[in-house]
Design a protein around this ligand. Sequence first.
Ligand code: AMP
Length: 423
Amino acid sequence: MRFEDLNIVAPILKALKEEKYEEPTSIQQKAIPLVLNRNDVLGSAQTGTGKTAAFAIPILQHLFTDRRENNNSRQIHALILTPTRELAIQIGESFTTYGKYTGNKNTVIFGGVSQGAQINALRKGVEVLVATPGRLLDLMDQGHINLKDIKYFVLDEADRMLDMGFIHDIRKIIAKLPVKRQSLFFSATMPKNIVELSRKILKNPEKVEVSPVSSTAETIQQYLYYTNRSTKNDLLFHILQDQKLDQVLVFAKTKHGADKIVRNLKKKKIHSAAIHGDKAQNQRQKALTQFKDGEIRVLVATDIAARGIDIDKLKYVINYDIPNVAETYVHRIGRSGRAGEEGTAISICEPEENAFIKDIEKLINQKIQLVGENPFPQTDKPMTDSEKKEWEKEKKQRKKEFFAARDKKQNRPHSSKNRGKRR
Ligand code: AMP
């Protein structure tokens, strides 16, 4: 099938051609005709399947044809709600790209940066608003945004939205939307609470589904190293000796962990940067751009920061930490091998994470291939529960001692409030 077969208007076809999109992906083939037909859609698809274009293209087409009848392009007619800033920026870029020749105006709003520029953009008038829930509500409360003219509403990555605790925000936002509208709802997984939420938003939806979460992994080559916690860094460095791994996205469990990995890689002269929630928005954007431009070889990210990051032609993902939720593993490795490209995912597992690998293998219904040549094999045993307790106690004690010693050195009273404060 070609995009021409989907009744897409010429200005959008021209933009797609320039993007070198040859044929619509499966979700696009299914969803575009339904959205053009003004159906509500319940889409089960994850990032990497081309779902952004699956909603952006038909919405742009509606706006383009609506505008011919009613010349007002300065009101917000489409709202795309998405969980993270990175995803919001990428969706905004997609609207700009596909809508290059339709005269569409969009803007993106998200938290963590000052409101000024976003308010200015809104004042000039936009047709498409891409937003994260918190900032949208803030600007609505301050009277900068009114949703009364919304005709098209997209809730993107609904499962992540709920995971991130946005349910109340979403309810508040939906309550302000006009009843007469077209709604599209996308989620990678469809547990009960998501289906319930979709019922509140959609009217007689058509369902479309691509690659259920457990089968996406089949297209990605997956390898596994068992090692000890103390040798993870050495093993990562050993893996990166292979120059075939030209650009790698490394996943870390925590922000602190991500920074530590970058520090170690830098010591080994490997160009790298970390992105996570404690980094300022411009730092995150800079790291992402440098990675996309090939100036950085290794980008280390936490799950939330990496959500929705779209790096064309990324082939390698390394799980420095194994996620304790099996679905997260599938989301992570799905960052490689996007839009049908080949991908490779390498996981580094320490004893405490052995059980997570079992869960993952159960979900993906396959055994991850063990790498035979491993200079740092796992020798430690997972800690027993009582050892873990002991270890946690010890860690707490060491932390207490560290802060007490620091406070003493800086001549200030030791209190838990001072913890972590830098001067
Ligand atoms: P998404 O699932 O929306 O995050 O899209 C994943 C990637 O696929 C993005 O880099 C898109 O630019 C790309 N993409 C989307 N649709 C197509 C298509 N029909 N042909 C080639 N690439 C596409």
